[in-house]
Ligand binder design. Structure first.
Ligand code: SF4
Length: 395
């Protein structure tokens, strides 16, 4: 078991602006499903008989080669490239700043249409590289341990803005293949987790369409098992996640009684622990090889007792599961403290002895506020946290 260690060495900060042509109000090909792209190409004058082939060609340029300029699509005739340029754009959100933690974690502040900002975090590990992406600007759910939850929901991200985060990270990691180079199966960006800002199941269609693009074998080609969607417990959409996306599922569980979960994850008042567990037991893709991850943030004297651990084991009985213990990452004004390392180890031990994997997540990128639950866009960070506002009201 690894004790959580906070990185201490200096941070490198680097601000970059990727020059992009301002979108002149033309439809963006990034984020369109194959069907939608086909329709759009026909509407722009592509003969119907050729449309499927054109989608394949353009799809590969955009999602396999990472090309943004129609001129570079050399297997398309020049007049057709001109037709595309006159009718469409290939446009991504813009990286406003990038911070690199002493542990290699990269946090990007990304600006989307309307000037809103979301955060995206890349976490390199020895056997994988995980990109944590956002699905909404802000969040409606106000989980009390979560920094993002102090920022009001502004809007859902479009499928293009969601898949755009993956493409931007690939740009920054310089990971697009080079024509003619031998195929390299090792990937810097090998996994995606929908654990950034927002509740992905409150933006179901956007997330689904973006993840279908990520999984498409002729483009980014990520296996569905390398994509994990994390929900706070939007019960009616859980089965749909397996059926329409097919990715792995994680649940922000965090408490073993409704009384405590109501406070930590207020959506529990709508769908309580019992209803959530029923939905998880019925999850269509559930098997020993496709376990559900239960995320459990360790909060001192709130949810971290031996009794909690034993109750947790009892609650999840019969569900193939892994329990991810997350040492709480404090943020300015946060109302909780992190459980001690000894407490976390004792808690993990009870779960482990009951037959469940119980890894303790090493906090990553704490020095750049990129760790779990710490995400909040810079514009909002300047404003008061909810805890500060509450203190003002009470004082
Ligand atoms: S934990 Fe997730 S669902 Fe809860 S407030 Fe934070 S971003 Fe929203």
């Amino acid at each position: 078991m690894t004790a959580p260690v906070a990185p201490t060495s200096p941070i490198t900060q680097d601000v970059m602006t990727i020059p992009r042509k301002a979108a002149p109000g033309l439809p963006n090909l990034v984020g369109m499903s194959r069907d939608a792209m086909r329709e759009a190409l026909i509407a722009a004058g592509t003969p119907e008989k050729q449309a499927k082939m054109r989608v394949n060609q353009i799809w590969q340029w955009i999602y396999h080669w990472g090309v943004r300029d129609f001129e570079a699509m050399t297997n398309l005739a020049k007049p057709y490239r001109e037709l595309l340029a006159a009718n469409f754009v290939i446009s991504l959100p813009e990286i406003v700043s990038k911070q690199v933690s002493s542990d290699g974690t990269r946090k990007y502040l990304v600006r989307i249409a309307g000037g809103h900002e979301v955060e995206v975090v890349y976490i390199p590990e020895t056997d994988r590289g995980t990109l944590c992406i956002s699905s909404q600007v802000g969040c409606t759910l106000t989980c009390s341990f979560c920094h993002t939850g102090t920022q009001k929901l502004v809007r859902n991200l479009t499928a293009g803005e969601i898949i755009g985060q993956v493409m931007l990270a690939r740009d920054d990691l310089e990971e697009w293949p080079t024509p003619g180079a031998p195929k390299d199966e090792t990937r810097l960006l090998s996994n995606i987790v929908l654990m950034g800002m927002g509740e992905p199941l409150y933006n179901f269609e956007g997330v689904r369409d973006a993840m279908k693009i990520a999984m498409d074998g002729e483009g980014l080609s990520l296996s569905r098992r390398r994509i994990t969607l994390s929900t706070s417990g939007v019960v009616p959409e859980i089965a749909r996640t397996a059926e329409e996306i097919g990715c792995m599922l994680a649940v922000s569980f965090h408490a073993t009684t409704d009384e405590v979960r109501d406070k930590l994850v207020p959506i529990n008042k709508k769908w309580n622990i019992e209803k959530l567990l029923q939905a998880l037991k019925a999850y269509p893709k559930l098997s020993n090889s496709e376990r559900i991850t239960f995320e459990y943030v360790m909060l001192k004297d709130v949810n971290d007792s031996d009794e909690d651990a034993r109750r947790l084991v009892k609650l999840i009985e019969g569900i193939p599961a892994k329990i991810n213990l997350i040492p709480f990452n404090e943020w300015p004004g946060s109302p909780y403290e992190r459980s001690s390392n000894n407490r976390i180890r004792a808690f993990a031990d009870i779960i482990y002895k009951a037959g469940y994997a119980s890894p303790i997540r090493t906090p990553r990128g704490e020095d750049i506020m990129a760790a779990c639950g710490q995400l909040k866009s810079a514009t909002e960070r300047a404003r008061k946290s909810r805890a500060e506002i509450a203190a003002d009201v009470q004082g």
